[in-house]
Design a protein around this ligand. Structure first.
Ligand code: NAG
Ligand code: NAG
Ligand code: NAG
Ligand code: NAG
Ligand code: CU
Length: 605
């Protein structure tokens, strides 16, 4: 029987080792949810192969681009300390890898935990260019394993050695290139896709019309109510004309007719594939503990994740250990990762559920975890769900993980005051497919093929697209969101950040320091979450006729790692529509850039 990882071979090697990987990227037909389309594969696989190393290892990733598109590879959540030229952002840290060409990424695995790699060119994530990364913690890394009741540290260490990635994604039946082309013609973002994939496998589930009303979020119902007689389409999407009205900006000259009918309509159930993880107990023990890395390789929608009947101990967020918290369901947004421990003691087939929480569409996926003892499944009875296809608890006793209250396992001192503050407005920029961070959208088409800023940094530049920080400065980034926008999962490269505060209403203060005097309860400077991806708060729809609401999110980050980094929304259509900014950190103290990166033209492996 196929088991999970081969990690056992790696564990315990104390010496830093160079670990080479070769990734051959191709563009081929695939049918992850039973529907054929063009997509990326890496070494013939989707998701790409597991990149598994030990903390301290030197990682070398040789990429060969045999696809017809320019591309790059970003190692999401990896700080790239001392190797900013391997961060994988076109126009910021490298030249694009042209079709037929190669590129070598080289970095040290200083961190540990769950990460993933993905393309950073346009919105190629939507075409499947990603795969999981696992970094096993060094043996002297402090762990919170001892805080989990009813299990020995040794048992958790064994589970860690065999940790299993569960890669979550949502999936469309059109390519990212077609998606962008339709958006530019209709002047509207496409908000209707086809399935949820778990480890690259899924099915299209068409929700019968009679079941849609029972699965609507209140936000979705409010959007439909704005237009008389409006209904969800058979793909369970808010129709685009209704969405245009809901955006409440009648001035937008959107062209609904330019959207092909089958983007929003024409649902057909598929019998694609269902991911099955076999957890096998071969010796007679009472139970088996399994460590899962849940990876949000999501293109559009935030989701709830749960395993029927199995409460999880959440032990790490975006790679870093937290004080363990038990929960039945976990919200995960684009780019986030959670590491969980699950205890299996009843041999059975458990359904894994991943449900979109978006107002745009009812969309969900499932997979299976089989717990066998001595290779025998003892019960085939259906497992009882914790959540419904909308991510709502099936009873009031279902518990939900709250990322805002998750505390780092080890808190380092963060200063009470920042050295600088940037207030950044996140908004729709003229058309509802163009998105701006600060004042203006930054389109990949305009910035991807320029000389990477890393090779000619501009230490004095502060403009609509660029923030420049001296080395080691503590900087507050306050995200301001108002009007009708979904939560934006903000991702920063180069260094994780502390989530020090959030709230609703206008952020009228000049700094966090001033705001704390008035609203101390909205901040936490003692043990805030330490993350690389975190969403702005949900905007509750304001009643008709009243002004649109506002929310804000305050992130504090130290510019400890000299480099040219990106800060962006991880929703692919928002990133594609320009919601990104450059952060130059300590560019006067950059490490010496190896000449082969400056001179790069094609490479190849
Ligand atoms: C599609 O599958 C769902 C169950 O997932 C079922 O309820 C529905 O009737 C099916 N629709 C069609 C058109 O076959
Ligand atoms: C920067 O933003 C301001 C305010 O929206 C705008 O007037 C200006 O044109 C922008 N500058 C650039 C270079 O886009
Ligand atoms: C691919 O990259 C090359 C070199 O940067 C550039 O000249 C070309 O325009 C790019 N193609 C696309 C479609 O962006
Ligand atoms: C943001 O946009 C404003 C208005 O154009 C500009 O003055 C400012 O420099 C930009 N950058 C930051 C980091 O605020
Ligand atoms: Cu966004």
């Amino acid at each position: 029987m196929a088991l999970y990882t081969t990690a056992v071979l790696l564990v315990g090697s104390a010496q830093a080792i160079t670990r080479p990987f070769t990734f051959i990227i191709t563009w081929q037909q695939g049918a992850p949810d039973g529907f054929q389309r063009d997509m990326f594969l890496i070494n013939g696989q989707f998701p790409g192969p597991l990149l598994e190393v030990n903390q301290g290892d030197n990682v070398v990733v040789n990429v060969q681009n045999n696809s017809p598109f320019n591309t790059t590879l970003h190692h999401h959540g990896i700080d790239m300390n001392g190797t900013p030229w391997s961060d994988g952002v076109p126009g910021a840290s490298q030249y694009q890898i042209l079709p037929g060409c190669g590129f070598t990424y080289s970095w040290t695995a200083n961190q540990h935990g769950s990460f993933f790699y993905h393309s950073h060119s346009t919105s190629q994530i939507n075409d499947g260019l990603y795969g999981p990364i696992v970094i096993h913690p060094a043996s002297d890394t402090p762990t919170p394993y001892g805080l989990i009741p009813g299990v020995s540290v040794e048992t958790i260490q064994q589970a860690e050695a065999a940790r299993i990635p569960i890669v979550l994604s949502d999936w469309a039946h059109i390519t990212s290139y077609d998606d962008w082309s339709i958006s530019t013609k209709s002047k509207m973002e496409n908000l209707c896709i086809d399935s949820v994939l778990i480890n690259g496998k899924g099915n299209v589930y068409c929700v019968p019309a009679a079941e849609q009303p029972g699965l609507m979020t209140s936000g979705q119902a409010a959007i439909l109510q704005a237009v008389q007689g409006a209904m969800l389409t058979d793909k369970s999407c808010v129709p685009p004309d209704v969405y245009a009205v809901a955006l409440g900006q009648p001035g937008y000259p959107v062209d609904i007719a330019a959207i092909p009918h089958d983007i929003y309509n024409g649902c057909t159930n598929t019998t694609g594939h269902t991911d099955v993880i076999d957890v096998v107990q071969t010796i007679l023990q009472q139970s088996k503990w399994v460590m899962f890395d849940i990876v949000g390789a999501i293109e559009v929608y935030g989701v709830q994740f749960s395993i029927d009947e199995i409460p999880m101990w959440v032990i790490a967020a975006d790679g870093d250990f937290i004080e363990p918290v038990q929960a039945d369901s976990i919200p995960i947004t684009n780019g986030q990762r959670y590491t969980v421990l699950a205890k299996f003691d009843k041999p059975k087939k458990y359904t894994v559920r991943v449900s979109s929480t978006s107002d745009a569409q009812i969309l969900y996926g499932t997979s299976i975890i089989n717990y066998n003892v001595l290779g025998k499944l003892q019960s085939t009875a259906a497992s009882k769900p914790f959540i419904n296809p909308r991510g709502v608890g099936t009873s009031s006793s279902v518990t939900f993980f709250d990322p805002s209250t998750a505390r780092p396992y080890q808190t380092s001192q963060i200063p009470r005051r920042a050295d600088a503050t940037y207030k950044l407005t996140m908004k729709i920029d003229d058309y509802p497919f163009m998105w701006a961070f600060n004042e203006t959208s930054r389109l990949p088409d305009e910035v991807d093929n320029v000389t990477p800023l890393l090779f000619a940094p501009q230490p004095c530049r502060q403009d609509n697209h660029t923030i420049t920080n001296p080395a080691n400065a503590w900087v507050d980034y306050i995200m301001l969101v108002s009007g009708k926008q979904p939560p934006h999962p903000v991702h920063m490269h180069g260094q994780h950040f502390y989530v020090i505060g959030s709230g609703s209403g206008e952020f009228t203060w000049a700094t966090v320091d001033e705001a704390i005097k008035d609203i101390p309860g909205s901040f936490n400077l003692d043990n805030p979450p330490f993350r690389d991806t975190y969403p702005t708060p949900m905007l509750t729809p304001s009643p008709p006729g009243s002004p649109p609401g506002s929310v804000w999110l305050a992130l504090r980050r130290q510019s400890v790692n000299p480099g040219v980094w990106l800060m962006h929304c991880h929703i692919q259509s928002h990133f594609r529509g320009g919601m990104s900014m450059i952060i130059q950190d300590g560019v006067n103290k950059l490490p010496k850039i190896p000449q082969q990166y400056r001179d790069y033209s094609c490479g190849g492996v």
